[in-house]
Design a protein around this ligand. Structure first.
Ligand code: PAF
Length: 300
């Protein structure tokens, strides 16, 4: 399938108008590029559900704090275009920072309160404001019927879902499973930062999440007991510097004393130069707890 790379907002709008004019639906997969198999699965899902798929590739300066990895974030437009095409996308939207922010820092930001405050919000001040602002701009520019986000970024997913509902965007926000390497490590563009020794240590995060999910499945509902188990599983693991290890409501990110509904077990840890996040969700609504840990897709 042929794919077009569009770099201006005007051209992107004209393309969307022509797709919509032909009564065809639009799917958007927002990314910062350096696409991996997890991104590819989002593109494939979008292509299965929408007539025309746009993959945005934009390393958004607004969501990086001072001293974070904006400059060294990995970039590979040729590889991304090939991956997007192979997944069934028709367009890559790749604007420059000055196309997206012609006045520099925008005076308007989209701020979602509450769900952005705990977890990563405590360690990356302003990060989610940057994410929801750029996602709002991408939704305004591409006006998709559906927009696809990975469950690995659970807090981002919660914030974007709430923003799209609060601001009445047309797009339905579609949550897609986390894809994992053969040893359980969640796929991420930032995994490229790790040395072999860091990489060997990193799967301990998913192992800790799985061991903790097992006690919830077995009937444990006290948040403090579940969090103690998660922290205990991570304690002393080489090369992992844990920022948080928590159990929360998966949708609101509230922190009740007793777990019910959909439970998010979430971890953030530094592993060498990479900051890794991961989670599993346990649905306690049915007759039996159901664990969503994503899918192992990597080669052994
Ligand atoms: O998840 C990401 O890659 C980014 O946060 C997103 C949603 C593309 C916004 O820049």
């Amino acid at each position: 399938m042929s794919i077009e790379v569009v770099t201006t907002i005007a051209d992107m709008r004209a393309l969307v108008d022509s797709v919509r004019g032909a009564s065809r639906s639009v799917g958007l997969v927002p990314t910062m590029g350096y696409l991996h198999a997890g991104h590819r699965s989002l593109v494939e899902r979008a292509a299965a559900e929408c007539d025309h798929v746009i993959v945005s590739v934009f390393v958004n300066p607004l969501q990086f704090g001072p001293g974070e990895d904006l400059e060294r974030y990995p970039r590979d437009l040729a590889g991304d275009t090939a991956t997007a095409a192979a997944g069934g996308a028709g367009t890559v939207f790749h604007p420059t920072a000055s196309e997206m922010y012609p006045e520099g820092e925008p005076l308007t930001r989209v701020i979602v309160s509450k769900v952005t405050e705990p977890l990563c919000g405590r360690f990356r001040p302003g990060h989610f404001d940057g994410v929801t602002t750029v996602v709002a701009k991408l939704l305004a520019i591409c006006d998709p019927d559906r927009a696809y986000f990975g469950r690995k970024d659970a807090q981002q997913l919660a914030a974007v879902t709430r923003m799209a509902a609060d601001l009445n965007f047309r797009a339905r926000i579609v949550a897609c499973p986390t894809l994992r390497e053969a040893d359980g490590l969640a796929m991420s563009s930032r995994n490229a930062y790790m040395s072999p020794a860091d990489r060997a240590a990193a799967p301990a995060i998913f192992a800790a999440l799985e061991a903790t999910a097992a006690i919830v499945v077995a009937g444990e509902r006290e948040t403090s007991v579940v969090e103690a188990k998660l922290s205990g599983e991570l304690a002393g693991r080489p090369r992992l510097d844990v920022e948080y290890a928590q159990a929360r409501d998966a949708r609101t990110l509230a922190h009740p004393d007793t777990l019910s509904g959909e439970v998010l077990l979430a971890v953030a840890a530094r592993c060498g130069p990479a900051r890794l996040i991961d989670n599993v969700v346990i649905d306690l609504n049915g007759p039996r707890p159901a664990v969503d840990a994503g899918e192992i897709k990597g080669e052994p």
